[in-house]
Design a protein around this ligand. Sequence first.
Ligand code: GDP
Length: 297
Amino acid sequence: MFDTLSDRLGGVFDKLKGRGALREQDVRDAMREVRIALLEADVALPVARRFIDAVTEKAVGQDVLRSVTPGQQVIKIVHDELVETLGGAETEGLNLDAKPPVVIMMVGLQGSGKTTTTAKLAKLIRERHGKKALMASLDVNRPAAQEQLAVLGGQVDVATLPIIKGQQPVDIARRAMEAARLQNFDVLLLDTAGRLHVDDALMAEMKAVAGVSAPNEVLLVVDSLTGQDAVNVAQSFSGEVPLTGVVLTRMDGDARGGAALSMRAVTGKPIKFAGTGEKLDAIEVFRPGSVADRILG
Ligand code: GDP
């Protein structure tokens, strides 16, 4: 995760750390290299630009340059700005405090990891929050999508809504709400249908499902490996459905990190979780502070 970016930044900062005194020009030179590293990591251009401007403004001040350890100070400023870019101090996780059943609607494109993530979250809700969850697949497009969720439910020991063939997404959502209420489930996870691309039919379906289920969380699942495309997908979705957060999957394979670094600034939505593998416990609460620590090694 972030290996390439981490290596590049490590190289830049090793040079700064080794020096007792820094001139403004040294900081500017280092920031030029940081900018290149960010762009190579596929960070959106305006985000990289804003990042460099913010760090430079803070770092060229006399307090920093005249301090005993100017290199360390600059690195601290970069760290703090990384935290800010990744979402700041907010590590919200899931909002499960509302009146039960708390509805979590999962949205995203086909292949993003949506169904796997639904099961991962259900497991986490059962194990870490001690809550009783029900999962329902509303994906009537992809053959066997509903069965896939049922199999995953068996693996994580979380109930799934019985499948009724031919029922349409909005009706399944209604039936799931009813079942969750009657059987006293704390949380209902709705795994909606994916598509290959964002299109009008998909958005209309998302809105209709949100209309009948009044979700407390609408989580968009995107593949971090798709870089800036992941951010574009998030922008398209957030214009249509009221997203409460993003789950970035395949972070285990993402050496660059552009999606993670651009997501918050471009979409205004927090990254709430990171998928870190195919196993059903491979999910982490996304904490900007620890991610920044990891990037800076
Ligand atoms: P969906 O079409 O969006 O529902 O996607 P699936 O949940 O079926 O996932 C597609 C593939 O991605 C499966 O093989 C998953 O095991 C895999 N996958 C999902 N999340 C992750 C992740 O965080 N890391 C890795 N390495 N693989 C993942």
